[in-house]
Design a protein around this ligand. Structure first.
Ligand code: NDP
Length: 475
């Protein structure tokens, strides 16, 4: 008997992914560098399906049906390269090597190109949903050759989460497309979490609500347009009381947020592509700021507002600010996917990405159906903010959004996500931006030239001369 698919790297994600395949009736080859993990998988979960445990890479590869399909589920970076180097020589042209880790899309592009030369299909797959998702059905974002997807796709779609019967998995595009989309997914996740955290902080500090009361508010919000996995788990966290101290659990957790790097990658890639992802960047920097214990300690003595005035009834305003800021963060993330797709020739279907994020993944939300519809009605929309429904909703919410930003500022409560999203909205909306002045400054000190509103051409003003003559430089 041969295996339909194999998994090497049976850590938190790999072992649940292997179980998911087995539960769906696929015979799964299982391998791990340290053999005890393979044994443990078979002992604990062998009854869930057909597993072919292998102690060596050779035995693992020999147990796979051709064309071989094997998933690598190890840490991104050096470990992934080491495993590829170990297994690729054992594979044959036509075989499919799948990287399910959180690889950087540039690494995936490099690996895909190198393996393509040897006739091996390398598929970089973004997988979201954490440990439980891997077992019960994750959101899966595969990138690679369409040919590889033809035989691999149906298996991945089978084990993915389903929403209204539609699998949360679809072909994303060539080489690094899948890992790029997964990266932006994580960036949006950072922004979403930051915005929810700001909403909590404002309700607590400016409204004087308790964590338990805020949990109730979040539960109500979860019934409406904000309905999502992240809002749901936030309500759960906020209603939890620490057993040891009897305090709200959120009060005993150290307030220094950690990160593994995918949010940072999203911002770095956006900088390279020239896409403003201010909401995601604020979220990455807010985590970073929280970790600067030395600066925070020293800054505690800095002056704060002399009483901003508490607002006891602004939960509804905060909902509007959260919703609007969330639209901005998602709009920015989708713009980054659009730009990456154009840059690397991936031809990514944006509506399809919203569709496969509706279930399985961390940012799953009702809201994604709206995004799918927005791209269905206009696949080339320059920004989700101008989609008729989003524009109307944010238009209705914007006064409350502004009030929340003012309350935060007056009370000295940091709300960088809300504030910068609002600035982005106003920046896009503005008739004229002070970028005109920046162009003039650039021309003044560096002769960088500028264009005029009233005629064609590129101009330079000789600022050093008393009458400041203007010359056309492109004529
Ligand atoms: P774990 O730490 O639980 O497992 C890591 C696995 O990698 C182990 O099986 C380990 O083998 C193996 N490994 C590490 N280095 C090597 C190497 N040099 N050669 C061979 N095997 C090696 O990691 P996770 O399962 O959490 O994560 C795996 C991947 O999935 C990562 O890329 C992660 O970013 C991604 N991911 C994780 C999610 C999560 O929620 N945890 C969600 C989505 C993606 P050994 O037992 O011998 O040490």
């Amino acid at each position: 008997q041969q295996a339909v698919i194999g998994v090497t790297g049976l850590g938190v994600m790999g072992r649940n992914l292997a179980r998911n395949f087995a539960r769906h009736g696929y015979t799964v080859a299982a391998h791990n560098r340290t053999n005890t993990k393979t044994k443990a998988l078979i002992e604990e979960f062998g009854h869930e399906g057909e597993f072919l445990p292998a102690e060596t890479p050779e035995a693992f590869v020999a147990s796979l049906a051709r064309p071989r399909k094997m998933v690598i589920m190890v840490q991104a970076g050096a470990a992934t390269d080491a495993v590829i180097d170990e297994f690729a020589p054992l594979l044959e042209p036509g075989d499919i090597l799948i990287d399910g880790g959180n690889a950087h899309f540039a690494d995936t592009r490099r690996r895909e190109a190198a393996l393509r030369e040897r006739g091996i299909h390398f598929v970089g797959v973004g997988i979201s949903g954490g440990e439980q998702g891997a077992l019960d059905g994750p959101s899966i974002m595969p990138g690679g050759s369409p040919e590889a997807y033809e035989s691999l796709g149906p298996i991945l779609e089978d084990i993915a989460a389903k929403v209204d019967g539609v699998p949360c998995c679809t072909y994303v595009g060539p080489d690094g497309a899948g890992h790029f989309v997964k990266m932006v997914h994580n960036g949006i996740e950072y922004a979403d979490m930051q915005l929810i955290a700001e909403a909590y902080d404002l309700l607590r500090k400016a409204s004087g609500m308790t964590p338990g009361e805020i949990a109730e508010t979040f539960r109500t919000w979860n019934e409406g347009r904000l309905g999502s996995y992240l809002i749901e788990i936030t309500a759960d966290v906020l209603s939890h009381v620490d057993r040891a101290t009897g305090k709200p659990y959120v009060d005993v957790v150290l307030d220094q947020a950690e990160q593994k790097g995918t949010g940072r990658w999203t911002v770095q890639a956006a900088l390279d592509l020239g896409v403003p992802v201010t909401g995601i960047a604020e979220a990455v920097f807010a985590r970073s700021l929280s970790g600067h214990v030395d600066m925070r300690g020293a800054a505690r003595q800095l002056a704060g507002p002399s009483g901003g005035g508490l607002d006891h009834s602004f939960a509804d305003d905060v909902e509007q600010a959260l919703y609007s800021s969330k639209v901005v963060a998602y709009a920015q993330g989708f713009n980054e996917i659009q730009a990456g797709s154009a840059q690397y020739g991936w031809n990514i279907d944006l509506g399809a990405m919203a569709t496969i994020w509706r279930g399985g993944c961390i940012i799953r939300a009702k809201f994604l159906d709206r995004i799918r519809e927005a791209y269905e009605s206009d696949p080339n929309t320059p920004t989700l903010l101008t989609d008729a429904r989003f524009a109307a909703e944010v238009g209705d919410a914007q006064n409350a959004w502004r009030d929340v930003a003012v309350t935060a500022t007056k009370n000295g409560i940091p709300a960088p996500g809300f504030a910068s999203s609002l600035a982005y909205y106003d920046g896009l909306r503005a008739d004229r931006l002070p970028a005109a002045l920046i162009q003039a400054q650039r021309d003044f000190f560096g002769a960088h030239t500028y264009r005029r509103t009233d005629r064609d051409g590129v101009y330079h003003t000789q600022w050093e001369l008393p009458d400041r003559p203007e010359t056309r430089t492109d004529a």
